[in-house]
Ligand binder design. Structure first.
Ligand code: ATP
Length: 361
């Protein structure tokens, strides 16, 4: 089910300060996709989620879930949370410790007064789905953090929500469990084909899980796109930087040459992916470390080959991460151990023009 958000605003006032937690947010969350709100702490992700759920009252705007307007300031519509048909999985597992796994999952159905046989059947299906069969009689608190989060997911699913919302559901798990649960979640949600809205500040989680990512900053949605678009082709400097490590240099746009746009920056004149920017415009050249090839004594033909001096190197497994000085600039690159480079050495850097992005913002 699609969610449409138009002109949503929410301002908080506390201790004499006014914070625009949501500043005219327009967003369409397509049906049956995993859609992630990504951004640093305080950018408004949770506020947006809470407004959709109905736990927070916006100041202005409209929220639609499918064909239903669930909130509108202009039309004075405010559908209560329990009538919005949403399921939620929070950061804290929100498992009732005194209840068994079965009772935790059955709870939403018991509250609705569903017949016992129907409850048993639905809980069994949900347990099967989250791969927790066999533990239904155990106290929920005896399960691991990852299993408890799967109980929370099963509980959200038995209620057959139109949309399921996740607020940093993996952030209390350790790194390994987090990765495992993320993979399971991705599979579960893919199989369910349900609309899922996911909130996180973890870029790897967002890249790995989502069909679409919206990056937020200070109450606004800055850019929306597929993980690949956001990583390889973001239009905004802020987004390129937030979603992964990026070298960024102030640049001036020069002429077009064949399939490239040329730009002058501290590294020299660099061939970049073609962009429709006027000559003389100020821009930022952005290139990720993995698209810089570092070699020794191997200057071959081609463009975007520059020289630099290794300032420092750090072995991070598989590759070295190196800081390399080029003229007055410093950039981060990866060096293959086979290159056998050492700090202080001059090296050649080849910047892949297809991954040299010129960002205007
Ligand atoms: P986090 O990842 O830390 O949860 P977030 O991106 O979800 O951050 P929000 O929790 O939505 O951000 O907060 C957005 C802004 O609104 C922040 O500046 C926050 O301090 C402020 N804020 C949120 N809730 C309240 C509140 N109840 N009263 C006052 N200010 C609030």
């Amino acid at each position: 089910m699609e969610i449409r958000i138009e002109g949503l605003c929410k301002t908080y006032r506390s201790e004499g300060r006014t914070v625009a937690a949501l500043d005219h947010v327009d967003l369409t969350i397509p049906a049956n996709e995993i859609f992630t709100l990504l951004g640093p702490s305080g950018c408004g992700k949770t506020t947006l989620l809470r407004c959709i759920v109905g736990l927070e009252t916006p100041d202005a705007g409209e929220i639609r879930i499918g064909d239903d307007v669930v909130w509108s300031s202009e039309r004075r519509i405010a559908v209560p949370t329990e009538k919005r048909g949403l399921g939620m999985v929070f950061q804290t597992y929100a498992i009732w410790p005194h209840m068994s796994v079965f009772d935790n999952i059955a709870y939403p159905l018991q509250v609705r007064g569903a017949p016992r046989a129907r409850i048993r059947e639905k809980v069994a299906r949900a347990l099967e789905f989250v791969q927790l069969r066999g533990v239904e009689r155990q106290p929920a608190t005896r399960l691991s953090g990852g299993q408890q989060q799967r109980v929370a997911l099963a509980r959200a699913l038995v209620a057959e929500p139109r949309v399921i919302l996740f607020d940093e559901p993996l952030s209390n798990l350790d790194a390994k469990l987090r990765e495992e649960t993320r993979k399971l979640l991705r599979r579960f949600l893919g199989e369910l084909g349900i609309t899922a809205l996911y909130v996180t500040h973890d870029r790897v989680e967002a890249l790995a899980l989502s069909h679409t990512i919206a990056v937020m900053q200070a109450g606004r949605v800055i850019e929306t796109g597929t993980p690949q678009h956001m990583y390889f082709d973001a239009r905004h400097r802020y987004v390129a930087d937030f979603i992964g490590r990026a070298n960024q240099f102030p640049a001036i746009v020069r002429n077009r040459e064949n399939d490239y746009t040329l730009a002058r920056c501290g590294l020299g004149t660099i061939h970049c992916q073609a962009r429709d920017l006027p000559e003389g415009a100020e821009a930022t050249l952005c290139i990720r470390p993995e698209f810089i090839r570092v070699t020794r004594n191997e200057v071959g033909p081609g463009f975007n080959v520059i020289e630099g001096t290794i300032e420092s190197m750090e072995f991070v497994g598989e590759v070295y991460e190196a800081e390399i000085r080029v003229n007055d600039e410093r950039l981060l690159a990866r060096i293959d151990p086979d290159v056998q480079a050492v700090p202080g050495e001059r090296v050649e850097l080849r910047l892949d023009p297809a991954h040299c992005l010129l960002l205007s913002a």
